[in-house]
Design a protein around this ligand. Structure first.
Ligand code: 13P
Length: 252
């Protein structure tokens, strides 16, 4: 099995002004900036990206946006392109987060376009998938995930697939304090890896990092990371505080 370097990612969502983001990222840089046993990244809001970029410069913490448009430029008021993110200092972009799907009606096809545009610009997409509570109760978890990854990854070749990180975030576990159990998460991660193997090949399946997201905290990260198919975490609430997020990064 390929050695997959863990990735611990912080999604700051709609929190923090530029000054607040700089303050938190400075603290984070001093606490964990030189760690190299795991990859790390934070995703501040758009307005803070170019302010946080120089703070992360000589650290191992990567910079990510939370979304982008698929067009390079054009009459799309309010949108941000992949090139703009690269020029602001981003290496990653979170795409298809359930909050984008749920509140802003992003479709699997939209997300597919964004994934291609992000990779073409040199960004690494963190592609989010996950079922709602109703879908889980109706035993539709795997069919929902199948559709999300089949459409989301449509047209991606081997080279592109090797740049993608998947984040499994069950919607019912986001911001609810209701984490999936280690076994529930592992079951889905194992399934996703198997499907990635079928969609691409075994090399992509064994190399691709699959993160878990949904109420990850310092007290549950260790158990999740002990699962063979969980390669990191996409952390919301607990990533807003440098001490808590550092504790998650130092789970080992
Ligand atoms: P919480 O960690 O706050 O549940 O958020 C998870 C998430 O949505 C990360 O993208």
């Amino acid at each position: 099995m390929a050695e997959r370097k863990p990735l611990i990612a912080g999604n700051w969502k709609l929190f923090k002004t530029g000054a607040e983001a700089v303050e938190t990222s400075k603290k984070l840089a001093s606490l964990v900036g030189q760690i190299n046993t795991v990859d790390m990244m934070i995703a501040p809001p758009y307005t803070a990206l170019s302010m946080v970029a120089p703070v992360l410069q000589n650290t191992n913490i990567g910079l990510s946006a939370q979304n982008m448009h698929w067009a390079k430029s054009g009459a799309y008021t309010g949108e941000i392109s992949s090139e703009m993110l690269v020029s602001a200092g981003c290496q990653y972009v979170i795409l298809g987060h359930s909050e984008r799907r749920q509140y802003f009606h992003e479709t699997d096809d939209d997300i597919n376009r964004k994934i291609h545009a992000a990779i073409d610009a040199g960004l690494k997409p963190v592609f989010c998938v996950g079922e709602t509570e109703d879908e889980r109760n109706l035993n539709k978890t795997f069919s929902v995930l199948d559709k999300q990854i089949e459409i989301g990854l449509k047209g991606a070749n081997f080279e592109k697939a090797m740049r993608i990180v998947i984040a499994y975030e069950p919607v019912w576990a986001i911001g609810t304090g209701k984490t999936a159990t280690d076994d529930q998460a592992q079951e889905v991660h194992e399934y996703l890896r198997k499907r990635i193997g079928e969609l691409f090949n075994s090399e992509v399946a064994s190399t691709m990092r699959i993160l878990y997201g949904g109420s990850v905290k310092p007290n549950n990260i260790k158990g999740l990371m002990a699962m063979p198919d969980i390669d990191g975490a996409l952390v919301g609430g607990a990533s807003l505080d440098a001490d808590q997020f550092s504790a998650i990064i130092k789970y080992q």
